[in-house]
Design a protein around this ligand. Sequence first.
Ligand code: WTA
Length: 654
Amino acid sequence: MSTEDIKSGLIENRLFQPSAEFTAKARIKPDDLKALQKQADEDYEGFWAEQARKYMDWHKPFTQILDDSNAPHFKWFADGEMNVSYNCIDRHLASKADKTAIIFEGEPGDVHHISYQQLHDDVCQFANALKAKGVTKGDRVVIYMPMVPEAVIAMQACARIGAIHSVVFGGFSADSLRDRINDARAVMLITADGGNRGGKIVALKEAADKALDKGCDTIENVIVLKRSGQDVHMQEGRDSWWHDAVAGQNKSCTPEWMNSEHPLFLLYTSGSTGKPKGIQHASAGYLLNAIVTNLWVFDLQDDDIFWCTADVGWITGHTYVAYGPLAAGGTIIMFEGAPVIPDAGRFWKMVEQHKVTIFYTAPTAIRALMKYGDSFPNSYDLSSLRLLGTVGEPINPEAWMWYHTVIGKEICPIVDTWWQTETGANVLTPIPGVTATKPGSCTLPLPGMAVDIVNEDGESITEPNKGGYLVITKPWPSMARTIWGDDNRYVETYFPKFGGKYYLAGDSARRDEDGYFWIMGRIDDVLNVSGHRLGTMEIESALVAHEAVVEAAVVGRPHELKGEAVVAFVICHGDRPVGEAADKMVKELRNWVGEQIGAIAKPDDIRFADGLPKTRSGKIMRRLLRTIAAGEEITSDTSTLENPAVVAQLQGKA
Ligand code: WTA
């Protein structure tokens, strides 16, 4: 066990019980949870079938539940037919047509409420516009948008007609966009002139043009939303404005009844190789876990205002913005901007103004806002809040306590939700009216989720606080179905060990004496920077694509705000850059990585040397690089290195 574990072991005694008041109103009370767990334990498939019948409307009811005949490719409810958009919108219209579905606030402060009826009409019109441009069932549509309601409308419209969307986060560069379009072989791109973010305009159409100019031959049409109002180039015959595309379109569009297993979306995420993987989700199973977690974990009720701050470019923005809360009939907030514009009180001002009751964000945002002190949150009325959540990375107990006291006023339960793009929805998390929480622990598996920690041989680790591989031992409805276009990689990445029996999450974890889970970190070459997954190989390939670079190695270093920071060790052609030449090269390479991947991947620190530390067999010693990056003392023997002199260079000592 590392010292880090011993440290957290000391504070895990703090237990926070949900208040009796919260529990009294909660959807899931202690007895309900027990009953759900009992049912899931006794009849796993029956349990999921019951939820699927209870919470979703089926066009053609399913008779098959789990099909595991082709493991590790699993199917759920495979002979059923439904439509995701119908389940998110149409079925609420009889009782909730006037209820607000989306409260939007733009970064400049414009506010706009959209009712379920309006959402229905907008989604139908846009779906008809897609059809008019020839998009049909199974076609891939890439969405590269700011955080505006039209992003959700576009996603829902795709779901309505069975087109498979792939949302690309607006912070990704033109090159990243091009790679994703090409990998998905998308026929349409939906974007905007620009979005407002951080007090600036993000020129999305300009980036899209750059991507398209570099060869995205499959794209036939581009639809452009007017948002920022700046001038953009519109290519005749290919590009059309959103408002023109929907003009005159019918406000009703019969949903296509889709097979449960029809792919709903692709979402690209980083892995251990240089190439991002297109995680493919199915329709019914995905939506089921999205609904039940919005109800069980976020306790979403009819009068709640749910604000999940994630961008729709990430899985959290899919499951807890675009799909789950709507399928549960809730009201969501969408915010276009950054949390510190115009100042660090923006989130709290919005909580006050819109009377937000449930607030879900990332530890990195909590840490960043905590840094500005208590006066910002204390100047607003946060009394509407009743439940808080976090996701994306382990939350340090200090940030947890600040969230609990300063934001939650010690009365809001905090749900620390562990899950992944691949799991589709929350997996390990407290149930807010039931589970006692511990700062820094994502507590326990949800009913129906079989989670374990195992050793190299796949044996369950029962000894408390001993780390191991986090695995999910039974298939679940919202699990990823494959990696788009690379099924082998799916099998090799997620089912490589233990005879292909268990889903390998890629995280290490331990369980404490109470069986609570504590996530320790990734076991692969994936960094978690501000809650965003970045592959070290991806950044390395970007660096070596620069003409000045011969070789590069990227590692993470603990960072107070971001969780992890990117550190790159770079070998250049010719002499090692020093002094001003080094400063210039650092700038150049940071910008280069920004162009190749996106601003989030820019290294915080770049160091040059004559070579990388390698063993005599030629293997880069990454562990040593991590020690150097963290500025820690090197305790391992470096004399066996092929080139020991480079160590001092990388440390900045020579
Ligand atoms: C990490 C985000 C600790 C973890 C939903 C996982 C977490 C990766 C938590 C998935 C949490 C997510 N505590 N670590 N509550 N939530 N992670 O695919 O390493 O963007 O494997 O999905 O984030 O990141 P992804």
